[in-house]
Design a protein around this ligand. Structure first.
Ligand code: UTP
Length: 292
């Protein structure tokens, strides 16, 4: 079945980037000239996704405003011949996809947030993009790479990258066997493994394609006794144990917008590629590096 729906959970508290995220959602923090979440919506649209549900919470209404027309501003830009490109850039954001919103009323973890998407998803397989993971790719968008693998093998898929031992211990480790090229069959996932439990240095980063039966798997997941959060990784783990999950070692650069260093890396690397400021910024960075 063709995948046309995506869910973007963006209801986290963003504690790692406070105070920046106190009144501006971390998903709206800037990367060069666009808020982080616009990169995700553009990734979906470029992969053929037409309908996107963004899971928000109190104080995140500004995300909805960003994907709406801004009549007064746009009229102003439209009237000025010199500002046509800017007008297009502002106006077209609202037409990237059909956007829907629902609130996660309590911040009870990523799995709990995804449950709010059940009626939007219906009976179709769907994509999940974590709202604070930006993945920059010059070729096929990363969620498209997962969709291709999922459609070819008739399995769910998660995006993975080789991580350092420290990162693996913070995220998760996967037991995999090769399928073809950068695609693997996943047999087991261990969340936050101890060093001696590490099965591979692949960790899941920010992108998944799953089927609607994950909602039952999430409902069967007990909240973590320490944090009270319902994790999504348990559902992925169930898929893996039933031989229903692929890992795609995606082609793209991932930035963690939930982390101060990740935000800076995204800004520097994307600025270097930016058509308007890339060349000047490169000269500046080289000069700066010479002084370090
Ligand atoms: P994170 O755990 O990275 O986000 O969740 P967080 O909770 O905002 O992070 P910190 O630790 O407080 O800094 C990954 C994604 O899941 C969403 C987040 O918005 C983020 O995009 N999320 C997380 C929810 O939508 N709801 C939740 O209850 C938790």
């Amino acid at each position: 079945m063709k995948i046309t729906k995506a869910v973007i959970p963006a209801a986290g508290l963003g504690t790692r980037v406070l105070p920046a995220s106190k009144s501006v959602p971390k998903e709206m923090l800037n990367i060069v000239d666009k808020p982080a979440i616009q990169y995700l919506v553009e990734e979906c649209a470029a992969a053929g996704i037409t309908d996107i549900l963004i899971i928000t919470n109190r104080g995140k209404g500004v995300i909805e405003d960003h994907f709406d027309y801004a009549f007064e501003l746009e009229e102003n830009l439209r009237k000025s011949p010199a500002k046509q490109a800017l007008y297009e850039a502002v106006h077209s954001v609202a037409d990237l996809a059909n956007l829907y919103y629902i609130r996660q009323k309590e911040t009870k973890g990523l799995g709990h947030a995804i449950l709010a998407a059940e009626s939007f998803v219906g009976n179709e397989p769907f994509a999940v993009l974590y709202g604070d993971d930006i993945i920059y790719s010059e070729g096929r968008p990363v969620i498209g790479q997962l969709i291709d693998a999922s459609e070819k093998y008739g399995k769910c898929a998660c995006g993975v990258k080789t991580c350092t031992t420290e990162q693996v211990m913070k995220y998760c480790t996967l037991d995999v066997t090769p399928a073809e090229g950068n695609i693997y069959h996943v047999h087991k996932i261990i969340e936050k493994p101890a060093r001696e439990q590490i099965l591979s240095h692949f960790s899941i980063l920010g992108r998944n394609v799953v089927t609607p039966d994950v909602f039952d798997m999430i409902r069967n997941t007990a909240p973590d006794p320490r944090t009270g959060e319902v994790y999504f990784s348990e559902a992925l783990s169930t898929l893996a144990e039933n031989d229903r999950l692929l890992a795609v070692d995606f082609i793209g650069d991932r930035y963690d917008m939930g982390d101060k260093l990740g935000i800076l890396q995204a800004n520097v690397e994307i600025a270097l590629k930016h058509p308007e400021i890339g060349a000047t910024f490169r000269t500046y960075i080289k000069e700066l590096a010479g002084k370090l």
